[in-house]
Design a protein. Structure first.
Length: 398
């Protein structure tokens, strides 16, 4: 008996020390499901500038937000392997994964369905499951799925996307198997490093395609958003984050609806708003005054895509540092990093890579031809001209 008790005590101490303990969820409201994100990401490369500030403070958390992960036909062809049956997107993230993995929590917009074959690009997206697997391999923890392409492949697209992400153990929110499923799983409550984060994802539209019963896609309505924010607050989160698919495509300025909805959401209790859909960059504003601490990025642009329109060949990653002091959580730092989609033809095959602009803007020798380098330099120049003049208290990581 004594040996059994001693063994049990030793096991308990070991679990506490290693952090491998079971988190009780019984105290959570019925509307929220809590997930603990482990901290087993591989910290590689030279991403110190993104992590050094929080290394000495256990009461800090770094959040990284990425824009639209698309799946155009050219990307599908590029990912097809020599066996002509399998697909691999891993290399797309080769030059950016160190920055993604250095964040405590990385969140991106998955703007495709995972409906299975036939795989198609615009206008009805269905990408191979390996795209999501590559996102996870790169260090992305959460994918939001409510966007104008959520219903591209009908019932099967909604359901199979959800089940595939579950199978890959990728957290997600925005689309659900039913309304009752949404009530159980939204907001997505994530616990990480002593912080509790509530994440809500909505889209303005689904390109006019009705959401088939019994499935549910979060469609932006002011009353619904306010109700979901109030519901999220019941989970006692440190911050409430909204990821909103909104605005007008190819427009660098947020429209009046975005501005008005931002005020409504902040007044309802949201702390951070991240925008997607325009496929180009829009400004970010960080308010950090006495009694008012909140952040909005109106559009992150494209993270990976194959669009031809001007300014759609890149995006920005937003990094926010959360700090908890005497039980009060605030955004203590807000930065952005420009990214560019490098798509050279190698051995007669087009490839896609996400480049951190600051690491390659002075490396013309890296590129397959001066044309690619000049395109990236032009993108950097135009992006900085926009964000340096329109951002408020949000500076570039260089």
């Amino acid at each position: 008996m004594r040996k059994t008790v001693i063994t049990a005590i030793c096991l308990f101490i070991s679990l506490v020390i290693t952090g491998n303990y079971i988190h009780a969820e019984s105290s959570l409201p019925e509307s929220g499901r809590s997930y603990i994100v482990d901290d087993q990401k591989t910290k590689t490369g030279d991403a110190d500038e993104m992590t050094a500030e929080v290394a000495s403070n256990s009461e800090s958390l770094t959040l990284l937000f990425m824009g639209d992960i698309m799946g155009h036909t050219g990307q599908i062809r590029s990912a097809l392997q020599p066996d002509k049956t399998t697909y691999d997107y891993t290399s797309c993230f080769d030059y950016i994964r160190t920055y993604i993995s250095s964040a405590n929590l990385a969140i991106a917009n998955l703007e495709v369905t995972l409906a299975g074959p036939p795989y198609t690009g615009y206008p009805r997206f269905s990408s191979p499951d390996s795209l999501a697997a590559a996102c996870k391999d790169a260090g992305i923890d959460v994918l939001v799925t409510a966007n104008n392409h959520s219903v591209d492949r009908g019932k099967n697209g909604i359901e199979r996307t959800i089940k595939t992400l579950d199978k890959l153990s990728i957290l997600h929110t925005g689309t659900f198997l039913s309304y009752s499923d949404k009530k159980k799983k939204s907001p997505l409550v994530i616990e990480k490093n002593g912080f509790r984060i509530a994440l809500i994802n909505y889209t303005e539209e689904t390109n006019g395609i009705p959401v088939p019963a019994p499935y549910h896609v979060n469609i932006i309505r002011k009353d619904r958003l306010k109700a979901d924010i109030a519901e999220a607050k019941k989970n006692n989160p440190d911050v409430v984050i909204l990821f909103l698919h909104w605005g007008i495509e190819k427009q660098n300025e947020p429209n009046t609806e975005q501005l008005a909805l931002t005020d409504i959401c902040f007044n309802a209790g949201a702390d951070i708003i991240i925008g997607s859909h325009p496929h180009v960059l829009q400004k970010s504003i960080w308010e950090n005054q006495s009694g008012k601490n909140r952040f909005v990025a109106y559009s992150l642009g494209n993270f990976i895509a194959n669009q031809k329109a001007p300014k759609t060949d890149g995006g920005q990653m937003i990094q926010l540092t959360l700090t908890k002091d005497n039980g009060i959580t605030t955004v203590s730092k807000a930065d952005y990093m420009l990214t560019w989609i490098y798509a050279p033809e190698i051995n007669s095959q087009k490839k896609f890579y996400i480049l951190p602009c600051k690491d390659y803007e002075n490396r013309p020798d890296f590129f397959a031809s001066p044309e690619y380098y000049n395109r990236m330099k032009n993108y950097i120049e135009e992006s900085r001209k926009l964000l340096d003049t329109r951002n408020e208290n949000v500076e570039e990581i260089k």
